[in-house]
Design a protein around this ligand. Structure first.
Ligand code: ATP
Length: 251
């Protein structure tokens, strides 16, 4: 098992954002986390990545307890995420953005190789080659030198994924990657996430685009008012009366 979310509760003052949520995610799965606005989905991502601690409960990653570990150490362990609102380095080129992602797992941690010893320049070269390969994977080969804020919206979303997987995560958390995408961009995104899975990365995805979720995910958990409403295959979720009433019926 890659990730075990055990009895997580999160209170913000008087608000219970999550109440006793448990989820187990297997290696190689694409796992969907869905539910109405305010259901607690992003809060769960913030707890997994330790942006803040849970009120109670535990997270284990490959059977290691990661609750309380600093966010950058979580990245080192092999968990990477994208955000609901695109967070690229907007003034950097497409290639530089992905190279920064690759540096997240590299102890060197700086961009320029000019004043560094030869061995580190070699490392820089490897990072560059890896970034070029990932830009090809996400269909941005022709845009290496384009400043990222000048990319089209769907391209920026794909660039975020390239940057995230540049740090070689074992688990990738995607927060509403299809938000704002048109049909073609969403179809490309589907292909891309499948390719990421084929590279051996387990994916946990928050998404409101139900046709995409149902086609993409192996299993799904539905949250509602911070509680787990249902868990199952896409077919089971689509036919679950409680889910239809709380969420799918209103889509
Ligand atoms: P959406 O689909 O709209 O993104 P969500 O399912 O991701 O929603 P969360 O963003 O996790 O929902 O929010 C769950 C609840 O917790 C909401 O009531 C929200 O207002 C509250 N909340 C989230 N983060 C904080 C915070 N840092 N401080 C206070 N309340 C918060």
């Amino acid at each position: 098992m890659v990730l075990e979310i055990k009895n997580i509760c999160k209170n913000f003052g008087g608000i219970s954002a999550l109440t006793d949520v448990s989820i187990r995610i297997n290696e190689g799965e694409i796992y969907g986390l869905i539910g109405p606005n305010g259901a607690g989905k992003t809060t769960m991502f913030n707890i997994i990545t330790n942006m803040f601690p849970p009120t109670t409960g535990d997270i284990t990653f490959f059977n290691r307890r990661i609750t309380g570990i600093k966010p950058h150490n979580i990245t080192d362990l092999g968990i990477c995420r994208t955000f609901q609102n695109i967070r690229l380095f907007s003034q950097m080129t497409t290639l530089e953005n992905v190279m920064v992602g690759a540096h997240c797992r590299s102890k060197a941690g700086v961009l320029s190789g000019v004043f560094r010893p030869k061995s580190q320049r070699t490392e820089e070269q490897q990072i560059r080659e890896k970034a070029i390969e990932l830009l090809e994977l996400v269909g941005l080969s022709e845009y290496h030198d384009v400043v990222s804020e000048n990319l089209a919206y769907g391209q920026q979303r794909r660039l975020e994924i390239a940057r995230a997987i540049a740090s070689d995560p074992k688990l990738l958390l995607l927060d509403e990657p299809a938000a704002g995408m048109n049909e073609t961009e969403t179809a490309n995104l589907f292909d891309l996430i499948k390719q990421v899975q084929a590279r051996g990365v387990t994916v946990l995805i928050i998404e409101h685009d139900m046709p995409l979720v149902m086609k993409l995910c192996d299993r799904i958990t539905v949250l509602n008012f911070g509680k787990k409403l249902a868990e199952g295959t896409p077919e089971e979720i689509q036919n679950n009366p409680a889910v239809i009433e709380a969420y799918l019926g209103s889509e």
